[in-house]
Structure formats: structure tokens, C-alpha cells
Design a protein. Structure first.
Length: 114
């Protein structure tokens, strides 16, 4: 079955960086677009970034454009989210998923605080 395991979250100071990873299994990873979502406390889940199956097309929410970069390694069945210039409002649980499938991992918590 489809499994998604996010990692790389933690506590970081404002202006800092983190790189999240999402290891996927149970499907032909290289054939599918992947996305990252986040959910902040008390807020609805928000689409953060997306990447096409081969990695040639990437999209971002306005709130993270210019600061976050999504990438993938199809040989490793892994999608990444490089987050730079982090702000307190980036604090959330971050999830990856296959764009077309409603299967979610456990998420990884990112806390941006001094």
C-alpha cells in the first residue's frame, strides 16, 4: 500500500533553514506529481508546493515563493522541501502526498521560534 514518511522537522530560529524529506513507497513514484501541504495550529491545511513527475514543473504558494524549493529524487523515491528564511508563521505540521491520492503520512513538525 501507499506509504509516505516525512522527516526533517524541528525547532529553528527565525531566518533559519530546514530541509524536509518524504520517503514514498507502494507505488511507481516517478510517474506521479507530488505535493507538500502544511497545517498550522487552529488553521486549515494549506498547499505549499508541488512538483511534476519528472521534476520539470514546480509551483508554490505565494506565502513561500522565493523561500522554499521543492525537489525530488526519483531514484530514491523521495521528495524534498528546502525551507530558507523561515518565519514564525511557517510553524506547522508539514505533510507530503501524491497529488492525486488522499493518503497522508504522519507529518513532521516545524517550529520557528526564537
Amino acid at each position: 500500500q501507499v506509504q509516505l514518511v516525512e522527516s526533517g522537522g524541528g525547532l529553528v530560529q527565525p531566518g533559519g533553514s530546514l530541509r524536509l524529506s518524504c520517503a514514498a513507497s507502494g507505488f511507481a513514484f516517478s510517474r506521479y506529481a507530488m505535493v507538500w501541504y502544511r497545517q498550522a495550529p487552529g488553521k486549515e491545511r494549506e498547499l505549499v508546493a508541488g512538483i511534476s513527475s519528472a521534476g520539470g514543473s514546480r509551483t508554490y504558494a505565494d506565502s513561500v515563493k522565493g523561500r522554499f524549493t521543492i525537489s525530488r529524487d526519483n531514484a530514491k523515491n523521495t521528495v524534498y522541501l528546502q525551507m530558507n528564511s523561515l518565519k514564525p508563521e511557517d510553524t506547522a505540521v508539514y505533510y507530503c502526498k501524491r497529488r492525486d491520492l488522499e493518503v497522508w503520512g504522519q507529518g513532521t513538525l516545524v517550529t520557528v521560534s526564537s
